[in-house]
Design a protein around this ligand. Sequence first.
Ligand SMILES: [Fe+2]
Ligand SMILES: [Fe+2]
Length: 143
Amino acid sequence: MELFDMLRKDHENVKKLFGQFDAMKDEPEKKKKELEKLYGEIRKELQMHMEGEEKFFYPAVRNAEQTHEDVLESIEEHHVVKLLLRELDRIQVSEKWVAKLSVMKENVLHHISEEEEELFEKAQEILGDRAKEIGRQISSMKH
Ligand SMILES: [Fe+2]
Ligand SMILES: [Fe+2]
């Protein structure tokens, strides 16, 4: 699959999982097991996606003038997500956990729209045909 289609597909998948979270988040005690399972999926998806972007996509565009700042911000946004994941790992499903995951959701959605509306378009122009190779590297990392 083409690099940007693949990254967008991952984004859609994460949004869908957050949609499931929204449907359950008002009853954390009753839905504890399901929320734990869902969190495991969200965590796995996010980690895999961030790793692919950080290892193969961001380095390819971080030195270009048009995308340099976007990439630096993206790296920091990933960092915040990782910090929140580490905190979420340590606490039980509860109202506080739901609040923390909600904040992470907002961060992730903001990050996704910045990538899709700003970074990807510029990166597509910079990378041209090189995008194919990066796409291949990311999919072989995933498998
Ligand atoms: Fe990202
Ligand atoms: Fe992304």
